[in-house]
Design a binder for this molecule. Sequence first.
Ligand code: IMP
Length: 181
Amino acid sequence: MDKIRLFDKTFKPFLSYEEIAEAIDNVAEKINADFEGKGEVPILLCVLNGSVMFCGELMKRMRFDAELKSIKLSSYSGTQSTGKVREMMGLTGSIEGRTVIVIEDIVDTGNTIVQLKKSLEDKGAKCVKICTMLLKPEVYDKDVRLDYVAKEIPNAFIVGFGLDYDELGRNYKDIYVIDNE
Ligand code: IMP
């Protein structure tokens, strides 16, 4: 894997597709253990845009019926969290009385999931579970329980596998970390 350049920044290889796929295999098994054969049909809530690849990979591994919904949120500008979560595209249809599994690409400060979980509960969700591909545990300081975490990573800015730097880099199948050298 070579380094990549996006706008003014260089990124070096960090996680290969194989490593990501193995982490997704493991987290999918945990979700299957909780939902397979239980008869409940949860709603998978794909948080666009970053979660699009992770959500697709996860769904291929799920052995139970689920509905798919999407919303679009934005909190990052460049390589920094702004602390403000903006809803760019809202939820359609009712989630009243339903179990919702939020599918996130990455939990960093946790501002996004705290706000999202509250808004889903306000809309009548019976139960909100959080599933994230990546977690930066050094940064996350909120109380919301992260039910399913595929992989923990250090506090560094990454791109690839759906994650972007100012909208570029989402298409890479491997994950790259910012190269500060
Ligand atoms: P939080 O609200 O600080 O937890 O940030 C969550 C959102 O910020 C994620 O869904 C991503 O869209 C974005 N984000 C956080 N860390 C990174 C990163 O390292 N690279 C790209 N986007 C990130």
